[in-house]
Design a protein around this ligand. Structure first.
Ligand code: 2AM
Length: 178
């Protein structure tokens, strides 16, 4: 077992929506936009933990287990390009309160446990492309995907045979939506 693992808490994207996003992306972005994130790797990071020991992973999992938060509806109706980090993303125009609360709890638990510096503020997004070209033409508004988020996930980020893969390690349910 490795001494540390690269971990993050996230919300995953339902499989049918992963496929819809990939199909829509192929239609609306130029081929040279950047490196597309594979369908199975699409996710929304809640808290990035960085390299974490098994002991710290256990402690953070025990804290995650105790979180009692309602689920929420997530709508993806906004897109943008961050030239500095060279990513194109999808996200909500309006962030659900449940998402903000969940991310804020996980991020403060991570910070108190001495995990990697958590950037402030939280910008909920799903990365669609990495290593983007300088100028990206974004699709016209009017797109929208929506689903009910009922759980959050602890992922390990692996780099194997030249590819990044995210492996789910644990899942925790959210309560009934308020
Ligand atoms: P990104 O999609 O905006 O690049 C796994 O690497 C996930 O953790 C990705 O969603 C990535 O966000 C996020 N991540 C990676 N390194 C990070 C860092 N140093 N700070 C915050 N988030 C990071």
């Amino acid at each position: 077992m490795p001494a540390t693992r690269r971990l993050f808490f996230a919300i995953d994207v339902p499989e049918n929506i992963q496929q819809q996003l990939v199909d829509w992306r192929a239609l609306h972005f130029a081929a040279d936009t950047g490196r597309p994130v594979t369908a199975a790797n699409l996710h929304m990071t809640l808290a990035f933990l960085g390299e974490v020991s098994a002991q710290k992973q256990q402690a953070l999992s025990a804290l995650a287990e105790r979180i009692q938060q309602p689920g929420f509806t997530l709508t993806l109706d906004d897109a943008g390009h961050w030239p500095r980090s060279r990513v194109v993303w999808l996200g909500p125009k309006s962030t659900p309160r449940g998402l903000l609360q969940l991310a804020s709890m996980l991020r403060s638990q991570a910070a108190r446990s001495g995990c990697a510096q958590i950037p402030q503020p939280f910008h909920p997004h799903i990365t669609l492309y990495r290593q983007t070209c300088h100028s990206v033409r974004l699709p016209p508004p009017g797109f929208r995907w929506q689903w009910q988020v009922n759980e959050f996930v602890l992922y390990e980020s692996l780099f194997e045979r030249g590819r990044t893969r995210y492996r789910p390690l644990a899942r925790w349910p959210l309560g009934q939506s308020s």
